[in-house]
Design a protein around this ligand. Structure first.
Ligand code: ADP
Length: 483
């Protein structure tokens, strides 16, 4: 119970997280804010490195000037010189740092911090500076440190008589940077909030056509499938709504044909029953009817029962063949032999009507077919050719093939099909002449069964006919079965 409540509670959240709306929102927000933050960070870090370099250059210049002054005036000899000390102090305060002057004996002669005056300095960079190696500039933590040699003498007898060790604090740069960042931060947060609000609006706008579509489909589903989808928000929804409308049209057609089929079936099944009822009633009403009459009527009733039976078995076959799930039982088959066998079975029926039944084959054909299903299909065609024929007529079955298909043609010298009926003969229960078809035992389902079997083989069926001259049915089936 608790678990279910928990699930229900989180369901809307999960749905929102999986929604396109949420994805658009995140995407737009990231696109709007990430470059902004990256750009601000880059600008601030460029500013910092530039400021540090500039400070380093300034301190270095000041040290150079100082070194030149000391070198040329020999200030180092006059340790404790007030002017020098003042100048150093001023420079150190200005840079928020420290300046130490070391003489040739590595003795600290001036220290603006007044901490190490008189001591010996053996720092590595100082010794290197005395050796004439390049003046180092070193940024460590919050300070820039550098060593500058003090040179005395002319061009020929240059000697390093001391070293200035100076340091300057980068705190002011850091403080300025922090100030800048604070100002930028406020702007960035304000912009991020605006971008967030905008991404909510935009993502909602982007998914609006989908919502609209869902509402319209929902309306149709709740209704009676009447009406069409008409969404012109964008090209994509227009395409989807057109496709959906084709699907709706198909559904309506299927529903119509289902209803028609049900009413046809009930009508067809009721006809033999009605006949039987009439026959039975008239027998019952005639008192003392002769046995011959009974026999005759009972024979009629038996015929009607046979008819009802054949309608039901044809219907069952049709339902079975129509079902999508019915897989074909495909086997390689010798089509010549297969057709010969069908004709052999039908020859007695043809003989009773005095109809000549011939088979012509141009080549031997082997194909992958379901013999049971196709045997039914071809039997129906040949039976029809015999049934709807004239006395002493003929039926010709020919077989031909190319590299892809085999073709079976069933021609007859029969009564033909009127032009206006040609389009309907494959429909269930359609008969050109109902009473004639009934008389000769037709159910109106034979051609529907035939077409269904041919289509299941990915084949095609065509018909040509002229009244009182005859009819030709041509069936085309692929030699290799295409699943
Ligand atoms: P039925 O059981 O009535 O024969 P079918 O579905 O086999 O039903 O055929 C439908 C109708 O097509 C028949 O009733 C008949 O009118 C017509 N038909 C079929 N085959 C032929 C043919 N070879 N010659 C003339 N009419 C035909």
């Amino acid at each position: 119970m608790f678990k279910r409540a928990k699930e229900l509670k989180f369901l809307p959240n999960n749905r929102f997280l999986r929604s396109m709306n949420f994805r658009f929102m995140v995407f737009l927000f990231l696109i709007g804010t990430v470059p902004l933050f990256v750009f601000s960070g880059a600008v601030l870090s460029a500013y910092k490195s530039q400021a540090v370099t500039r400070l380093g250059n300034d301190v270095s210049n000041q040290c150079q000037i100082l070194a030149t002054q000391i070198g040329s005036t020999g200030y180092l000899d006059r340790v404790g010189n007030e002017t020098l000390a003042g100048e150093l102090m001023q420079m150190a305060t200005l840079n928020d740092g420290r300046i130490i002057i070391i003489d040739q004996d590595l003795q600290i002669v001036e220290d603006t911090y007044e901490l190490e005056k008189g001591r010996t300095m053996v720092a590595e960079e100082v010794i290197r500076c005395f050796k004439g190696e390049s003046t180092g500039r070193n940024i460590s933590g919050r300070f820039i440190e550098m060593t500058v040699p003090i040179v005395a003498g002319g061009e020929e007898n240059k000697t390093i008589i001391g070293v200035i060790l100076a340091s300057a604090s980068t705190d002011s740069i850091t403080a300025r940077l922090e100030e800048l960042w604070r100002a930028t931060e406020t702007w960035l947060v304000a912009i991020a909030i605006c971008v967030f609000a905008l991404s909510i609006l935009l993502s909602n706008w982007l998914v609006r056509p989908l919502r609209h579509m869902n509402q319209s489909i929902g309306g149709l589903v709740e209704g009676s499938l009447d009406g069409d989808l008409d969404i012109h928000d964008c090209t994509e929804t227009e395409v989807i709504s057109n496709t959906f409308n084709s699907l709706l049209a198909k559904l309506r057609l299927m529903e119509e044909s289902r209803q028609e089929f049900v009413s046809n079936v009930s009508h067809e099944l009721k006809t033999p029953l009605a006949s039987m009822k009439v026959l039975a009633d008239s027998l019952l009403m005639q008192e003392g009817a002769p046995v011959e009459l009974y026999q005759e009527f009972m024979q009629d009733i038996a015929d009607e029962i046979d008819r009802e039976n054949s309608i039901i078995s044809d219907l069952l076959t049709l339902v079975k063949t129509d079902r999508k799930t019915t897989e074909l039982n495909v086997t390689p088959t010798d089509i010549n032999e297969f057709l010969e066998l069908i004709l052999k079975r039908l020859r007695p029926i043809a003989a009773t009507n005095n109809i000549e039944l011939v088979f012509e084959s141009n080549r031997s054909v082997n194909a992958e077919i379901d013999p049971t299903r196709l045997s039914l299909a071809f039997s129906n065609l040949v039976e029809n050719a015999v049934k709807y024929n004239h006395e002493n007529g003929w039926v010709r079955v020919t077989l031909d093939a190319d590299h892809k298909f085999f073709y079976v043609k069933v021609s007859d010298s029969g009564i033909g099909i009127p032009e206006e009926s040609i389009d309907y003969i494959f429909e269930r229960f359609y008969r050109v002449d109902k009473s004639h078809s009934r008389e000769i035992g037709g159910t109106g389902l034979g051609l529907a069964i035939t077409r269904s079997a041919v289509v299941a083989h990915r084949g095609a069926i065509r018909v040509q006919s002229s009244l009182e001259e005859g009819t030709v049915f041509t069936v085309r089936i692929p030699i290799r079965y295409i699943a």
